[in-house]
Ligand binder design. Structure first.
Ligand code: GLO
Ligand code: MG
Length: 344
């Protein structure tokens, strides 16, 4: 059985600032984060384009590639791989109304420039995956753009990326809302439909984030299962979320242990990782967390994942079959609860 490999992005360790208040912790230097991630046992790093090349707008295409090569040397030094590069379109003034489906043609061109640069950086870092978290792709004012047109613009943008590089894989990270009100590609089902409409569906898949599925009122393990059944789960962003409210990115499993167990179980049962996929985390420390505990939410997530892996290994499939035969789902449910409570 494949041993799971874990990945993390530098934004998982941050200073605690939110929309309502300033930072509560000191910024940690980029290389120190990378070194600590390696020490914690991560095998790969997830990047935004401007994590990899800060101030990306200020450089030429060649300069961007050169900077990516320098970063690759740093990753090699710590024995880390790059998992993916994601264009951080939502932070630029030119994407106030979205990127690929902005109502401004000039802004759409800028979004494509960032997507192409993300592909260039990914190639220099030795990976072939671009993640699209479509933060501002949708509407704040429902009548401001047609959802038909917007969906077609997204497909067109992905086609351009597929044409730009014959090896690149595009991995959409669906989210139903936040910061946008109505998103265009809100669930794994949307991702698969968009994938099927592109010029090369084999290279377009999804990144299931637990919290995003919960925000859509869906079960993360089922979303993972759906994508895996279609051979489309390129990566995951495991975390947790307390119900349908603001995006929390809590440590994996801390809100709903049973739902977390089922995510681990579905990944394990279906050979996740056999094609090199990483178990990615996308977690944030609470704002109250002190400097010295800046990595605790990551350690907790890894520990919870590993403990649940052990539970999944011990899962009694014979007993499960017997319960199913007798339609004793009450018995099966209690068995799962006992397993998670450490009573069996
Ligand atoms: C926010 C997303 C975000 C992405 C990241 C990579 O809700 O989860 O953290 O995963 O920007 O694209
Ligand atoms: Mg995410």
């Amino acid at each position: 059985m494949t041993k799971f490999k874990f990945s993390v992005g530098p934004w998982n360790v941050h200073s605690g600032a939110d929309s309502y208040g300033p930072a509560t912790r000191d910024e940690i230097a980029f290389e120190e984060k990378i070194r600590t991630f390696a020490e914690l046992g991560f095998s790969a790093i997830q990047f935004h384009d401007d994590d990899a090349v800060p101030n990306i707008n200020d450089y030429t295409e060649e300069e961007i590639k050169e900077k990516a090569r320098t970063l690759k040397k740093m990753l090699d030094k710590y024995g880390l791989a790059a998992e993916f590069v994601a264009p951080r379109l939502w932070m630029d003034g030119r994407t106030a109304d979205g990127g690929f489906m902005s109502t401004s043609e000039e802004d759409r061109e800028y979004a494509m420039w960032r997507a192409y640069r993300s592909i260039d950086i990914a190639k220099e870092l030795g990976c072939n995956m671009v993640v699209l978290w479509l933060a501002r792709e949708g509407t704040l004012c429902a009548e401001s753009k047609s959802p038909v047109w917007a969906t077609k613009m997204l497909i067109q943008a992905i086609n351009k990326m597929l044409e730009y590089d014959s090896d690149i894989r595009i991995c959409i990270e669906p989210k139903p809302n936040e910061p946008i009100d109505r998103s265009i590609c809100g669930t794994m089902g949307h991702v698969l439909a968009v994938s099927a409409a592109t010029i090369d569906p084999g290279r377009v898949g999804g990144n299931l984030e637990s919290a995003h599925a919960i925000l859509a009122g869906l079960d993360p393990a089922h979303e993972i299962g759906f994508a895996m059944a279609m051979g489309k789960l390129m990566t995951v962003h495991l975390n947790d979320q307390n119900g349908i409210k603001y995006d929390q990115d809590k440590a994996f499993g801390v809100e709903n242990l049973r739902a977390a167990f089922n995510q681990v179980k579905v990944l394990k049962e279906n050979g996740y990782g056999e094609n090199g996929e990483y178990v990615g985390l996308d977690v944030k420390a609470m704002r109250t967390t002190r400097d010295q505990d800046s990595y605790k939410h990551l350690e907790n997530s890894l520990n919870i994942f590993k403990a649940l892996e052990e539970k999944a290994d011990r899962f009694d499939y014979e007993f499960q079959k017997e319960c199913v035969r007798n339609r004793d789902f009450e018995g099966l449910e209690m068995y799962v609860m006992n397993l998670l409570m450490g009573l069996v």
